[in-house]
Design a protein around this ligand. Structure first.
Ligand SMILES: [Zn+2]
Length: 615
């Protein structure tokens, strides 16, 4: 695989101080070279990011005085005695002379904003950053050092692909580096890549894209095949921006794009959240451990557990309140409750769903993962967020971030407000049903605490795909239902206007669902609803989450998983004759039964559900 042709023949490195001006290859404007250098080799006019050497990159990213360059043995020989127009040994000698490097990557230990990291940084000047045996060896050694020292790994990539002159030995570096990243996954150590322009071929198809978080510089291109090869093969002109960071973000490949000037804070925030797991504050833990958690009322955990304490009202009233556009969204709650937030994007396969948000941050002093459906408050926002109805890519993004939480041992909080999974041709083409089903199974086995909160609408399987949790809570004015009342009315009543009747029959309101044990607790809302006083609503959510997490965090993974499985196993199971004699454990709250007149939801005839499927 050859290095793609350089689009920007920018040569600031040739500047020795005598030339005060240079021409930006992005906008062709004259730039004062000192200003350009001060900006990290970013054009102040158009934002074009020039390439950096590995040494410049380490200077830019790592804390001054923290850098310790690590020896990586040079194993690049000439195994094939390769000669094209020049012997490979000549090319190697030339690259060494031109760069002052023995090979195309530098490995360093250091800190970023105080957080320890092992970094491997590629240099495109060295034979196009090609992945020879020595480069593969250096990357692998960096992984092994990170593994041994249990330190996060940062890979900065810049490569045209494999190094042809080393033949199949070069190809094997892809497998070698991929398995090294896999070992870091098994050990629960954060891996991050910073994709710089260009990253192609064997590097793109191995370590560059196997990391937990992929950050790209603006405009950086990444792909398996180079644009020229693709154009020659398919004989079509490629769209503008093809394979750039912006294209990759839209297609679910990278998590975020960070301008060079923001890289250090971006990386520092991420490293600090992913490496410093703190237990909840003692006061919070003590409050949640107090035995009156089940006593009802606005207990110490801020959660109502006794349905009698909730106002009785017609469920349709809840439907109307739950759908109010002013209710806080998932991102509103994140803004109010989560510090050092990093939003992650993309399913690493095809797309980034705007109706699903996911990321890492600190809640109540503790590192957590937050995942939620996202609607919006205005018509424009709603349209941009697909009305809060996630696509399969949304559920797959959620799954990817949940697996990251499992890897890092971080609790998962989900915030649910969706009418349901997106219904559409594309969603079906991309296996919406499979995406939801896989989340149900994944969540049931997550080895970390999981708390789900229905904050608005909890619509059907699209909501449940985020709600297989140790504790399922809902806001007082939220609803949670197998189908929208209107949808149910249209099918069973043959009259969509019978929505209120359907809402009552389906018992979609928080009081009914608490009685049925579908939810474990109800979070009080300010008078008039969460939309009237979003800050008070956020405070109530904070109290509920803090208390619930303090309960769950001390539990070990097997206890969490068995408790979660038992929680969902009992829905619809026959009620033992001596049900009242069984003592529920703290990890597995009992499911209270409904009044005799109405059997618990799971024990009703499945004919209801069959009817739902009829056209
Ligand atoms: Zn420019």
């Amino acid at each position: 695989m050859t290095a793609p042709v350089l689009q920007h023949q920018h040569r600031p490195e040739g500047d020795d101080g005598t030339s005060a001006w240079l021409v930006c290859d992005g906008c062709r404007r004259m730039i004062y070279s000192r200003r350009f250098a001060r900006g990290g080799s970013v054009c102040p006019e158009c934002g074009w990011h020039a390439r950096l050497t590995a040494a410049q990159r380490i200077d830019l990213l790592l804390d001054a005085d923290s850098v310790e360059l690590l020896d990586t043995p040079v194993t690049a020989a000439d195994p094939l005695h390769f000669i094209d127009t020049r012997p490979y040994t000549d090319r190697l000698r030339g690259a060494r002379a031109a760069t002052g490097m023995s090979e195309g990557v530098l490995v360093a230990r250091g800190t970023i904003e105080g957080c320890p990291v092992v970094a491997a940084v590629m240099d495109f000047r060295f034979l196009g950053g090609s992945l020879g045996a020595a480069v593969g060896e250096a990357i692998t050694l960096a992984c092994e050092i990170a593994l041994r020292e249990r330190t996060p790994l940062l890979l900065v990539t810049a490569s045209g692909g494999a190094r042809m002159q080393e033949g199949a030995l070069s190809l094997m570096q892809m497998a070698k580096t991929a398995q090294a990243i896999g070992q870091l996954d098994e050990a629960g150590i954060l891996t991050v890549s910073l994709v710089t322009d260009p990253t192609f071929g064997g590097v793109a198809a191995s370590f560059a894209t196997l990391t937990d978080v992929i950050i790209a510089e603006p405009g950086a291109r990444l792909g398996f095949a180079g644009a020229r090869v693709i154009e020659q093969t398919i004989r079509q002109t490629l769209p503008p921006g093809f394979q750039t960071a912006e294209f990759l973000l839209e297609h679910g490949v990278v998590d975020l794009i960070s301008p060079r000037a923001a890289l250090r804070p971006t990386l520092g925030r991420l490293l600090s959240v992913a490496t410093r797991r703190q237990a909840p504050a003692p006061a919070t833990a003590a409050a949640a451990a107090s035995p009156d958690g089940e006593a009802g009322g606005h207990g110490s955990a801020g959660v109502v557990r006794d349905p009698a304490r909730l106002a009785e009202r017609h469920p349709w009233e809840a439907v109307r309140l739950a759908r109010r556009l002013g209710r806080p969204s998932a991102l509103d709650y994140v803004g109010a409750l989560v510090e050092d937030w990093t939003e992650l994007h993309g399913d690493r396969a095809a797309a980034d769903c705007p109706a699903m948000i996911a990321g890492l941050g600190r809640f109540d002093g503790m590192s957590v993962v937050v995942i939620g459906t996202q609607k919006g408050h205005t018509a424009a926002e709603l349209a941009a967020r697909a009305y809060g109805m996630p696509s399969p890519a949304g559920y797959r993004k959620a799954a990817r971030v949940m697996r990251l939480a499992a890897k890092l041992g971080l609790p998962v909080i989900t915030l649910i407000d969706t009418a349901g999974a997106h219904p559409g041709i594309e969603a079906e083409e991309n296996a919406q049903a499979v995406a939801i089903a896989e989340n149900l199974r994944l969540m049931a086995g997550l080895p970390v605490p999981v708390v789900a909160v229905v904050t608005g609408e909890g619509g059907s399987g699209g909501a449940l795909a985020l709600a297989v949790a140790d504790r399922v809570l809902m806001c007082a004015n939220a609803i949670y239902s197998v189908i929208s009342p209107e949808g149910c009315a249209a099918i069973l009543w043959k009259d969509p206007a019978a929505g209120p009747d359907a809402a009552a029959a389906l018992r979609v309101d928080s009081r009914a669902l608490l009685e049925a044990g579908i939810v474990d607790g109800v979070i009080p809302e300010p008078d008039g609803g969460a939309d009237v006083d979003p800050l008070a609503a956020a405070d109530a959510l904070r109290a509920a989450l803090a208390g619930t997490l303090a309960d769950l965090v001390p539990l070990d993974p097997p206890t969490l998983v068995s408790g979660r499985r038992a929680r969902f196993r009992r829905f619809g199971a026959p009620v033992p004759a001596s049900a009242s004699a069984t003592t529920p454990s703290a990890a597995t709250p009992a499911v209270p039964t409904l009044p005799a007149a109405r059997p618990p939801m799971g024990q009703r005839s499945t004919a209801d559900l069959d009817d739902v499927r009829q056209p």
